[in-house]
Design a protein around this ligand. Sequence first.
Ligand SMILES: [Zn+2]
Length: 118
Amino acid sequence: MALPPTTSQAIKRGLRGKCPACGEASMLHRYITPLEKCTHCGLAFAPLRADDGPAWATILITGHLSMPFVFWLLEQGIDNTALETLYSILFILLLSTIILPRAKGVFMAIIWMMHVRD
Ligand SMILES: [Zn+2]
């Protein structure tokens, strides 16, 4: 039997949306819905409830990355508030869409690692 992954390995697997135990199968389907169990090693994903953690992390990261983008956008001299607002909203939506499933995978991996060490 293989050794359990290190914390950093499990987090990297979660970041890719893969099972933290084996790193082979996906944990999520339909964007952020967890599968019942790993199709490769059988790890149950249902107990790995991340609740609001991924949304919190997504807001935290997106907020910190969007403000430099907005300031950069204002320096571009577009001179059209509606267009600047549209670009800002699109940037925030794109960033949130990219970060949320990755944050969910990381949270699920961390929760799994906490269970393994019990
Ligand atoms: Zn697995």
